[in-house]
Write a protein that binds this ligand. Structure first.
Ligand code: NAD
Length: 361
């Protein structure tokens, strides 16, 4: 049966990088046996302009009907004065919660060809390939009670609540163990069990789920140590799983190990493995419309989509290898070029990946 993919290009460089993703998906359908139907919808500022709201009901209906959604980026300076509920970012938060996307997968991969882009020494990061699995819909960001209240003596107090149910921990642990199985079969669960009761429960539940995955090696690490180890010796990790708050911080730290925001994809999955895939970068208004954006983060998001929602590991690898070939050949957009190196445009990079598909896998 043909898989249904909804493309949501969004704003700024979003439409430019999404156009390259469409080219890639069409080439995979034409030449490599992918059965797919592509649909396109409005989100973010583009939806505000056309329909007065950042997440039109029609977009949400189509997203729910799709097997996977591929998003470009949303936002831009022209929308910053809008009331909060009409801001482009609201579209993104809205679609994530409406689709029940509780698992956020953020790989940090540093292609050896780009090791010089990191602020860390090349030998520390060259060939880095880690995956952070972050719980996305629970924990400190959603727990109640929350708010700022005034005490009897007139002093104000801020309150947030860290809360996780066993079922929430179990489902994110399963996603992480499953992901580890597709990789090097090592999972590190990150918590703060020396201080937090929630973390004690987290550890216990992760251990319990481990019984179903005896082929995956499980370790635990405190979050402060994990933050340190990520810059000291990041290649020790395969998959990390953690809470919403810790994952938010550690995934940005891991992303920056690679030094190039234009290279990093992400996936957010629901309980059935349907997902929203997007580059981690924003709409980059400073370079929008100039054919300068690096489309590789979006093309690598397509690879994740093929792997996690369409179960096409073969095609996911083909895309990732095609990206490797193109980098081997020395093709660079401006964000990943060394000083003085010649640079190519968004569409040239996309075309090169499409041509390299037949050399890959
Ligand atoms: P940004 O990621 O858009 O840009 C940061 C810097 O990285 C810019 O200099 C930009 O030119 C560069 N950059 C980003 N992606 C690139 C790519 N693919 N190729 C080459 N260079 C790239 O972050 P920002 O400037 O903080 O935010 C701009 C807008 O994007 C804001 O409106 C923000 O709210 C929005 N935003 C959206 C998302 C999203 O859609 N998921 C994420 C972050 C920011």
């Amino acid at each position: 049966m043909s898989a249904r993919i909804l493309l949501l290009p969004g704003d700024g460089i979003g439409p430019e990088v999404s156009a390259e993703a469409r080219k890639l998906l069409e080439a995979l359908a034409r030449d490599h046996g992918l059965e797919v139907t592509l649909d396109e919808g409005l989100i973010g500022g583009a939806a505000v302009d056309a329909a007065g709201t950042p997440l039109p009901a029609e977009t949400l209906d189509r997203a729910k009907a799709a097997d996977a959604v591929l998003l470009g980026a949303v936002g831009g300076p022209q929308y910053e004065s809008l009331p909060r509920e009409r801001r482009p970012e609201r579209g993104l938060l809205g679609i994530r919660s409406a689709l029940g996307l509780f698992a956020n997968l953020r790989p940090a991969v540093l292609y050896p060809q780009l090791a010089a882009a990191s602020t860390l020494r090349p030998e520390v990061v060259a060939g880095l390939d880690i995956l952070i699995v972050r719980e996305l819909t629970g924990g400190l960001y959603f727990g109640t009670p929350r708010g700022i209240r005034t005490l009897e003596n007139g002093e104000r107090e801020g309150v947030n609540t860290l809360v996780y149910r066993e079922s929430e921990i179990e489902r994110i642990a399963r996603v992480a163990f499953d992901a580890a199985r597709r990789r090097r079969r090592r999972l590190c669960s990150v918590d703060k069990a020396n201080v937090l009761e929630v973390s004690e429960l987290w550890r216990e539940v992760v251990e319990r789920v481990h019984v179903d995955y005896p082929d995956v090696a499980l370790t635990h690490m405190y979050v402060d140590n994990a933050a340190m180890q990520l810059v000291r010796a990041p290649k020790q990790f395969d998959v990390l799983v953690t809470t919403n708050l810790f994952g938010d911080i550690l995934s940005d730290e891991a992303a920056m190990l690679t030094g190039s925001i234009g290279m990093l994809p992400s996936a957010s999955l629901d309980a059935r493995g349907r997902g929203l895939y997007e580059p981690i970068h924003g709409s980059a208004p400073d370079i929008a419309g100039q054919n300068r954006a690096n489309p590789l983060a979006t093309l690598l998001s397509v690879a994740m989509l093929l792997r996690y929602s369409l179960n096409r590991e073969d095609l996911a690898r083909r895309v990732e290898e095609a990206v490797g070939h193109v980098l081997d050949r020395g093709l660079r957009t401006a964000d990943i070029a060394a000083p003085g190196e010649p640079v190519c445009g968004t569409s040239e990079m996309g075309d090169a990946v499409v041509s390299a598909l037949s050399e890959a896998a």
